[in-house]
Design a protein around this ligand. Sequence first.
Ligand code: ACO
Length: 369
Amino acid sequence: MARYAHITGWGMAIPQKVLTNSELEKMVETSNEWIVSRTGISERRIASETESSASLAVQAALKALEVANVHPLDVDLIIVATSSPEHIFPATACIVQDQIGAKRAGAFDLSAACTGFIFALDLAAATIRSGALNTVLVIGAETLSRFVDWGDRNTCILFGDGAGAFVLQASDQPGGILSGVMRSDGSGAELLTLAAGGSKYPASQSTVQNGMHYIRMNGREVFRFATRVMTQATLEVVQKANLSLQDIQLIIPHQANQRIIETAAKNLNFPLEKIVSNIHRYGNTSTASIPIATCEAIQEGKLKAGDTVVFVGFGAGLTWGAVLAQWSGPLPAKKRVYPHRYRWFARLRSRILRLWRRLEGFFWGKNAA
Ligand code: ACO
C-alpha cells in the first residue's frame, strides 16, 4: 500500500524581547528608513539570558505535538535544523528529546544553515514514505543573536531568534509532502560564514580578537545567489510533482529580505500576495523562518486543508532547496493526548535517569575499575 508523509502539526515559539530598528540606530550607523527599504525588516526578537535554541525548540515542538494530537512517546525521530546549536555536541535534538520525554525517538541536528528546515522536511518525508518510520518531529530553532557582531551594520540588522516545528506522520491517504529538491554548492562557502569554534579554527585568543566567532557575509553575492535559486528550486519542485505554478496556492519562502521575495515573485511571474512574508516582524530567523511563517499563515487563514504549498529556502554552504506539499492538517485521532502535561513526567524521568547513572557509577563503576 502507498504511504504518504502528511504535515499534521505545527507550532512556533518566539522570545518576548523585541529589538526595533530605532534601537539599532543607537547601536550602529544605520537608519530605520535604510533597513526597511533595503530589507523590509522593522523589528526582530532577541532571546533572553534564560532562553536558548533548545528551550525555544521545546516550546515549538510541544505546540506542534498538541496540534497533531501526537504523544511524545509516539515520536520516532527528532531532527533539529539549526545554525546556532546549544553546543557542537551533544546535539540540540537530544536535549529536546529529553525535555519532551520522547523516549523512543532517535535525535540529531542538521546543519545546512537557513536551508536546514527544508532539507530536514525532505529527509523526514522520504523516511516516512519508505516505511522506515511513522512519526517525525522536524524543528528549526535559532538564537543567532548570540553570534551576531552588534557592531557590524551589514549583518546585525538582519537576524532574529525563534523556533518553529512540524509533525510529520505516515498515512495511506494521498497528499502531504509530494516532492522535494536539495541542492548545494560549496564553492560559495566563504560568502556566508561563522568561521571559528570548529576543528579548523578552535576557539583561541586570536579567533576571538579577529571576530571569527561572528557571522560574516558578502551580502550582495548572497542576494544574487538567493534570487536565482529561489526561482530555480520552486520551478524544479513543482515540475517534480508533475504540477504547474498555476496549481500552487501559496509559496512560503525563507524570510531573509523582502526584496529577495519580491524579485523571486517577479521572476516566477507569481502573485506577490500568494507569497507569505512576515519578515517585518521577525527578521531572518534562519531555519525557523519557514515554520514560523507557516504557523502565521494558518492563523491568518491563508493556508487551508487541500491547498498546494511550496516551501523554499537558501542559505550558507551554499545550500538551497524546496518542498512541495498538499496541506492536510491533523489526522483523525481516537483519543486526545496532552504533550504539555506529560512534560513534568519527562522532567522527573530525566532527573531519575541522571541520578541512577550516578548511583550506578558509584556502586558498579568501582568494580569495573
Ligand atoms: N545601514 C546603513 N547602510 C548600510 C547598512 C546599514 N545597516 N548596511 C550596509 N550599508 C551600506 C553599505 O556599507 C554600502 O555602503 P557603500 O556603498 O558606501 O559601501 C551600502 O549600504 C550598500 O550596501 P549593499 O551591501 O550593496 O546593500 P544592499 O542593498 O545589497 O543590502 C543586504 C545589503 C541587506 C545585506 C542585502 O545584500 C541582503 O539582504 N543580502 C542577502 C543577505 C541574506 O539573505 N543573508 C542570509 C542568508 S541565509 C543564512 O544562511 C543565514
